[in-house]
Design a protein around this ligand. Structure first.
Ligand code: RP5
Length: 172
């Protein structure tokens, strides 16, 4: 385990297929901010700007990234196209942006052939995508791992308080 002083934290790359994905992606950005994890945000499309998407992915490791989040809707090939060009962990967010309620994006993102994995979160699951990327970086970062533990603990405490209120109301 590396102490924070010995090491400068890797960045998370957040790529979206269109700026229309931003309202979903915002939750990933907010989560990374909350944990103090450095990030970059780009709009690169697997279909409209495939050369830029590939260039980013090919150079991501040497440019200091430790994980990449890729958000796209409709025929959502973006996460797979990025994963094709890097061995960094790629986390796909299927975005609900179509008449099919995001099911098209979910299947396009999750159904990767063996050899090129994409870790797919729920439709519009941007907060979990960010948390998973933080967990990837925390494998080698004690301080970040502690922040994750603290955050889980705070979330549990909130639920326990809600439970108390519900129990008091219904169980007397
Ligand atoms: C995908 O197509 C994008 O990721 C977006 O979710 C969807 C629609 O894009 P726009 O037509 O709104 O630019 O490539």
């Amino acid at each position: 385990m590396i102490e924070r002083n010995d090491f400068s934290m890797k960045k998370v790359g957040i790529i979206m297929g269109s700026d229309s994905d931003l309202p979903v992606v915002d939750k990933a950005i907010d989560t990374l901010k909350d944990f103090g994890v450095p990030y970059e945000v780009h709009v690169f499309s697997a279909h409209r700007t495939p050369i830029q998407a590939a260039e980013f992915s090919k150079n991501a490791r040497q440019n200091g990234f430790g994980a990449i989040i890729a958000a796209a809707g409709k025929a959502a090939h973006l996460a797979g196209a990025i994963a094709a060009n890097t061995t960094l962990p790629v986390i796909g967010i299927p975005v609900k942006s179509s008449t099919l309620d995001g099911l098209d994006a979910l299947l396009s993102t999750v159904q990767m052939p063996a050899g090129i994995p994409v870790a797919t979160v729920a439709i519009d699951g941007a907060a979990n995508a960010a948390l998973l990327s933080i967990q990837v970086l925390a494998v080698e970062d004690k301080e970040l791992a502690k922040k994750l533990d603290d955050s889980r603990k705070a979330a549990s405490e909130k639920v326990l308080e809600k439970n108390k209120a519900v129990e008091a109301k219904f169980n007397g």
